[in-house]
Design a binder for this molecule. Structure first.
Ligand code: SF4
Ligand code: SF4
Length: 335
């Protein structure tokens, strides 16, 4: 029997697609912004601040800088705001950013779904190997946190005012638009592994996801299973994209859960699987559609605070871009 909750999957696919298209639009706008400075005759296009979402390491540095000085990095302020927004939504709404908003997660999902359709199944790394591989993303996260943690403040301040940092977004774009042979082969290998294994990048390698997973443990929002109503049909476990054995849990506490609501939408037994807020006996079931609504509202609320406090658009003047972007282009032509 199909329950009305099946709407959750198309809803999620639509939200994911909308954010993916938004990312492509932002990427295209940024590409045009860069082209304006690289060759005469290209019209000026405003730099889209959201492009700083692709600078999570800069966001982490700016976060430390803000905590210790109270100053928001003026070069990529939106990077800091987006970093805080993504951390904030993870504290409140689990790894909902990964499951509903992140374009890399969406692409990863498209790739493993295609793999499943073509090969008839996805493969699974189990047991110790899976645990060992999953720890890789925490190791990477630890290395980044350590490197930024020990970085002296004066060194960070110098980095923030340096020319390299002003064009780090341009360099990031060129990493993809003018990729080296090595980068291309690494991406092909990752795509190949993602065809075979569900969410290979997210599950094993993404340090950002590792950080969000750790924060998500504090989220008051959880998927809970009610043994009395469960008919043990196995649908939740079979369809969970992060391979959590939901059928055997009373409460899904895993740092891998990205709140996609697939399990809730697949459950055929009323009252067996609920989205809940609060802990223990004080928890209460809420409508699962509230998950993406609160997630997106909170995400944009924090961005809105950044905008209204003038911490969104970069303070780098036009003349600096005019001098620096062609120099980056020359650097890349030498490669
Ligand atoms: S447990 Fe449910 S909400 Fe969490 S990732 Fe698995 S299917 Fe999605
Ligand atoms: S999908 Fe629902 S009924 Fe089936 S095993 Fe999971 S919780 Fe139980």
């Amino acid at each position: 029997m199909s329950l009305p909750r099946t709407y959750l999957r198309p809803l999620r696919y639509a939200v994911q697609l909308a954010f993916l298209l938004l990312t492509l639009f932002i990427g295209h706008q940024f590409y045009q912004f860069v082209k304006h400075f690289e060759a005469a005759g290209n019209p000026f296009v405003q730099r889209p601040p959201s492009v700083d979402a692709f600078l999570p390491i800069g966001g982490l540095m700016a976060f430390k800088y803000f905590l210790l000085t109270g100053i928001v990095d003026p070069v990529h302020p939106s990077g800091f705001i987006l970093f805080v927004s993504i951390l904030g939504v993870s504290l409140a709404m689990k790894k909902g950013f990964c499951g509903w908003i992140c374009p890399v997660g969406t692409l990863s999902q498209y790739v493993w779904t295609a793999g499943e359709k073509v090969l008839g199944r996805n493969f699974r790394i189990a047991g110790f190997t899976d645990s060992a591989l999953r720890s890789l993303k925490y190791v990477l996260l630890g290395l980044f946190v350590l490197a930024i943690g020990v970085m002296p403040m004066w060194s960070m301040a110098m980095f923030f005012i340096g020319d390299y940092y002003k064009t780090v977004d341009v360099r990031m774009m060129k990493f993809f638009t003018e990729m080296t042979g090595t980068t291309m082969w690494v991406l092909i290998a990752l795509a190949g592994l993602s065809i075979l294994y569900k969410n290979f990048w997210c599950r094993y390698l993404c340090p950002y996801g590792a950080l969000l997973g750790l924060l998500s443990r504090f989220s008051p929002v959880k998927v809970r299973r009610n043994e009395e109503n469960c008919i043990h049909c196995h649908a939740c476990t079979a369809h969970c994209p992060t391979m959590i054995d939901v059928e055997k849990k009373d409460v899904v506490k895993s740092a891998e859960c990205f709140g996609c609501m697939t399990c809730v939408s697949r459950c055929p037994s009323k009252g067996a699987l609920e989205l809940t807020v609060g802990s223990g006996k004080k928890s209460r079931a809420v409508k699962p559609w509230l998950f993406p609504v609160v997630l997106i509202v909170l995400f944009y609320l924090i961005i809105g605070i950044g905008m209204t406090t003038d911490n969104w658009h970069s303070k780098v003047p036009y003349e600096d871009y005019q001098a620096l972007i062609p120099a980056v282009q020359k650097d890349y032509m030498k490669h």
